[in-house]
Design a protein around this ligand. Structure first.
Ligand code: FAD
Length: 391
């Protein structure tokens, strides 16, 4: 049997959440051992560029590292790659890795992220997702000028990838079953204006379109549409959301419901276990229920909260959630959350270079959207949760 290693804190997953948690522990003065346990072969990297600059070639893998390689050792953080954690025994506080390491811990932070959702029957060489660095490289290598990329899903990632593929000269067709782009994520005014930008760039966006089947032809994938037509593409990108990676947590008996259920201090349902980032489902007062949020800022905030709790410090004050996207050179910033079941009163304001949308629910500012308006955005975020300002 392999030697028994031990650490005060074991962090499983080396994305934004896991790496930030290690750094935040040191920033909080925590002097114990920290182990960061990664499944991927690459040093920890940022995911947002995968659908943006990494696809177009304006950035590269070596420029998206989360931290410089030598800083892990300098911070006294033991980091290992390419050896996924296979199981956690929460009663014995023991981790087993796939390579056979056994690690005893006092605190274990799950930061296992999420995996791209797939479509049954649609797989193989010409079918893509963009979740990890290898996916992005594979998609980039497959995009050809003049060839058509079919993108299923007009969410942020699908639209960002559409922009990138179009820049590389590909024909792009986006199929979306809901009405409008970024449906349920942004206001109708922002969705309509962003859709216009995509159309002007030559992207064929078809929304309100259900795909009823997929067929492999000699040189393309063919999507059959409920309305009767078909559309072909040499490559297909499936971008229909992500599923929380809860396999370890479920096998360990932790409470999971679309994510690992945690309290406001990121504590999961077993002693000494925390969950943070895309894999964690925390209570959201705005929605009056637990929900997962996939955003870098959420991953960083939860990482700092878990680190403070472990280090015996006061967790940082809660802040409105924020997210950003880049489409056709325009920067879309969002803050707050709207309750999907409540009506929204959207106020649109023109700014010097773009626009700002204030989204009110029940007489309070629930969310903000800003396009190319960073100053207005920064000024607006602290107003989230307050009634409208009448000028
Ligand atoms: C293409 C793309 C573009 C995005 N763009 C934006 C954007 O513009 N703005 C924004 O705010 N957010 C964006 N996001 C979302 C943002 O990147 C995520 O919310 C954030 O990266 C979540 O970090 P995380 O650490 O929770 O999870 P992840 O980054 O998914 O990291 C989880 C890690 O855990 C590892 N892991 C899983 N299981 C195990 C195991 N058993 N053992 C060890 N390791 C394991 C995984 O391999 C992975 O490396 C984007 C996401 C993607 C995919």
């Amino acid at each position: 049997m392999a030697d028994l290693l031990s650490t005060h804190v074991a962090i499983i997953g080396t994305g934004h959440a896991g790496v930030e948690c290690a750094w935040a522990l040191r920033a909080a003065g925590f002097e114990g051992d920290i182990m960061l346990l990664g499944a991927e072969p690459h040093p920890p990297y940022e995911r947002p560029p995968l659908s943006k600059g990494l696809l177009t070639g304006t950035t590269s893998a070596d420029r998206i590292a989360l931290r410089a390689g030598d800083t892990y050792e300098k911070q006294g953080i033991r980091y290992s790659a390419d050896d996924p954690v296979a199981s956690i025994d929460t009663a014995a506080r023991l981790i087993h890795t796939q390579a056979g390491r056994r690690i005893a811990y006092q605190h274990c932070v799950l930061a296992t992220g999420a995996s791209a959702r797939g479509i049954a029957g649609l797989a193989g060489d010409h079918v893509h997702a963009v979740r990890g660095l290898d996916d992005a490289h594979r998609l980039r290598d497959a995009i050809r000028p003049g060839h058509r990329l079919l993108i299923v899903g007009a969410g942020y990632l699908g639209l960002e990838a559409a922009c990138s593929a179009r820049k590389l000269g590909a024909e792009v067709c986006v199929l979306e079953q809901q009405r409008g782009v970024m449906a349920g994520k942004v206001s109708a005014p922002t969705a309509e204006r962003m859709e216009t930008l995509h159309r002007h760039a030559g992207i064929d966006i078809r929304h309100g379109v259900a795909v009823t089947g997929w067929q492999r032809t000699p040189d393309a994938w063919r999507a059959s549409l409920a309305c009767g037509g078909v559309v072909d593409g040499q490559q297909v990108l499936v971008s229909i959301g992500a599923v929380a990676d809860t396999r370890l947590a479920e096998a360990a008996g932790l409470e999971c419901r679309d994510g690992i259920v945690v309290d406001e201090q990121c504590r999961a349902s077993a002693p000494g276990i925390y969950a943070i980032g895309d894999c964690a489902s925390a209570y959201r007062a705005e929605l009056q229920r637990h929900a997962r949020v996939e955003s870098v800022q959420n991953a960083l905030m939860q990482a700092r909260t878990a680190a403070a709790v472990i280090a015996g410090k006061r967790p940082p004050a809660a802040k409105p959630l924020t997210f950003w996207s880049e489409q056709h050179g325009r920067r879309l910033q969002m803050a707050g959350l709207v309750h999907p079941a409540l009506p929204c009163d959207d106020h649109v304001h023109a700014t010097a270079k773009g626009w700002l949308v204030e989204r009110y629910q029940q007489g309070r500012l629930a969310a903000l959207e800003a396009v190319d308006s960073p100053v207005e955005f920064i000024k607006g975020v602290p107003r989230i949760g307050t009634p409208p300002v009448h000028v």
